[in-house]
Design a protein around this ligand. Structure first.
Ligand SMILES: CC(C)(COP(=O)(O)OP(=O)(O)OC[C@H]1O[C@@H](n2cnc3c(N)ncnc32)[C@H](O)[C@@H]1OP(=O)(O)O)[C@@H](O)C(=O)NCCC(=O)NCCS
Length: 278
């Protein structure tokens, strides 16, 4: 594409011959100089192309030179800031976005939870309970492929999730992981003098599940989700700490986010052998 004047008129209209004044031009109150700038951009004869980008080859351009303030970088069009397409990571390929979960995601969560060995999986009933009682403590990373124009938007796929409840204990406990039998009729459940399940006023957020669909593991989904989760909780200042239990091989993974190991956990869930991380 060496000569922009060869472009069909649909892709690059000529300002003088084809552009009509905007109906709200007066409302926009464009200054004369701004209007002149726009007219020059729209008129390709004033522009040269270098590597496909329009540059101003006007000899007076130096007079218009303005040093770019780096603080304005966020105002640059987003495609200037995207990494080049050949540098895309596996995570980029998923076009990921994170979002709170709700009971409408229970089936998706059950699917993702299959990443755990069977004895360590959260049951469907527990997902319903946790996502009904405290959905604000959850987070999901979804993928939605880029689709052709006119094709109906598909439902986003849940790739990874974090599910949590609150506890007044400093670490994750077996009691905090249990499903209160009467949760649908009672707001609080006390058994043998101690709270069971989600404790609304608890200062510790107890993460019960971080899981990523097996086919998407190793693409930075888990770490992206965890970083995003920690940032959200920290910025919202809604807890004193976040706690999780993990097996030995994942301790360095959690330490990389700032979790500290507190030694062997008392939790016997799924056969025990967990390390407390806070
Ligand atoms: C653990 C899990 C959530 C990690 O998610 P992921 O998206 O695969 O992880 P990431 O791609 O973000 O990995 C980042 C780093 O974490 C570490 N890591 C991830 N999975 C690991 C594993 N199973 N063992 C040891 N280190 C691991 C690696 O250091 C990795 O760095 P690398 O990419 O340079 O190799 C995921 O593997 C999973 O769902 N596992 C099954 C469920 C589970 O065990 N959950 C944890 C409960 S405590």
């Amino acid at each position: 594409m060496s000569d922009p004047s060869e472009l069909p008129s649909e892709s690059m209209p000529r300002a003088e011959s084809e552009l009509k004044p905007l109906s709200n031009a007066e409302d926009l109150a464009l200054s004369n100089s701004a209007s002149a700038q726009i007219a020059r951009i729209l008129n390709p004869t004033d522009l040269a192309l270098v590597n496909g980008f329009a540059i101003d080859d006007d000899e007076d351009a130096d007079e218009d030179y303005v040093a770019v303030d780096q603080d304005d970088a966020n105002d640059m069009p987003y495609w200037f800031r995207r990494p080049p397409i050949y540098n895309r990571s596996k995570l980029d390929e998923l076009h990921p976005f994170v979002q709170l979960l709700s009971v409408s995601n229970v089936d998706d969560c059950v699917q993702v939870e299959n990443a755990f060995p069977e004895p360590e999986r959260c049951s469907r009933e527990k997902f319903i309970y946790r996502l009904s009682r405290c959905p604000e403590l959850s987070l999901g990373l979804f993928t939605l492929p880029v689709i052709e124009e006119g094709v109906p938007k598909p439902r986003a796929t849940l790739v990874g999730h974090i599910i949590a409840t609150r506890t007044s204990e400093p670490c994750v406990t077996d009691r905090s992981m249990r499903l209160p039998t009467n949760w649908q009729s009672e707001r609080w459940t006390i058994e043998e003098g101690q709270a069971v399940g989600h404790e609304e006023g608890g200062g510790t957020i107890a993460i019960h599940s971080l899981a990523v669909l097996p086919e998407h593991q190793g693409k930075q989904v888990g770490s992206t989700l965890m970083k995003s989760y920690i940032n959200r909780i920290r910025e919202a200042q809604i807890a004193d700490r976040i706690a999780i239990i993990a097996h030995d091989h994942l301790v360095p993974f959690y330490e990389s986010f700032g979790f500290e190991s507190h030694g062997l956990s008392k939790c016997q869930f799924g056969g025990g052998g967990w390390v407390d991380l806070v």
